[in-house]
Design a protein around this ligand. Structure first.
Ligand code: ZN
Length: 240
């Protein structure tokens, strides 16, 4: 008789010894406004929500959220995303909705940007970039994940998108170096894995692996240079 060694998924528990699985649905007690069944933490969903707010597929905070009135009172001093962020910082409200910077800009200022891509294509590109990084990170040695703001900024920079202006700028150089080192390592490992897989798999996979690698904007030498300018950073470099 198996004594069961349970592993928990978001909807069941599975015995790692005998494989028996028992459905188990939990109620979400964290947020009383959410759907009653616990959906667990979903990184891809969280990133997509950020993208939807940036691309204005999302309509922003609820109409009764006090942030709308607070921003309206300051409308006369806002003309660009930077002004919006400055005002948000001063507001006496718990949730500042920084992710809604573009929605607020469109509502309270005349500031607009021109987009190089169709928004639907851009959404697909951003989500796909995130999923690639997320999948690579899952098999990486890192136990902490990237900052979502960092990844969004990196992706928009790669795509040379003017939407970058709506993102929170980098404030901590040390944290930036930590994430860029992680990203370089994760992308490098992913590329190596693709090449190894391609040599033993079907022509289909071979084609995928031979497609141009995603650009790595900061290589190991550049990171070393950045570190040299401030050697107090404790950053582990990947082996190139
Ligand atoms: Zn068992």
């Amino acid at each position: 008789m198996c004594e069961h060694n349970w592993l928990h998924t978001t909807y069941s528990r599975v015995c790692s010894t005998c494989g028996v699985e028992i459905k188990q649905l939990h109620v979400d007690t964290y947020n009383r406004f959410s759907a009653p069944i616990l959906r667990g933490y979903n990184r891809c969903a969280r990133f997509k929500l950020k993208v939807d707010k940036l691309l204005c597929f999302h309509s922003g905070p609820q109409f009764k959220d006090k942030i709308w009135n607070l921003l309206k009172q300051q409308q006369h001093i806002m003309s660009c995303p930077k002004d919006i962020r400055s005002v948000l910082r001063t507001l006496n409200t718990k949730n500042k909705h920084y992710d809604c910077c573009r929605i607020f800009s469109r509502t309270f200022t005349d500031f607009r940007v021109s987009l190089k891509y169709n928004v639907h294509d851009l959404r697909t590109k951003l989500v796909s970039k995130f999923e690639d990084i997320f999948m690579s990170w899952c098999s990486s040695p890192y136990d902490h994940f990237f900052s979502y703001d960092f990844l969004l900024r990196e992706f928009l920079t790669d795509l040379e998108s003017d939407l970058l202006v709506f993102c929170k700028p980098t404030t901590c150089k040390r944290r930036y170096l930590k994430y860029i080192t992680m990203l370089t390592r994760v992308q490098h490992d992913c590329k190596t894995l693709n090449q190894t897989t391609a040599s033993i798999h079907s022509p289909n996979v071979l084609w995928h692996a031979n497609s141009p690698p995603r650009p790595i904007r900061l290589d190991g030498v550049q990171i070393l240079r950045a570190l040299a300018s401030d050697p107090s950073h404790n950053v582990v470099l990947s082996e190139e």
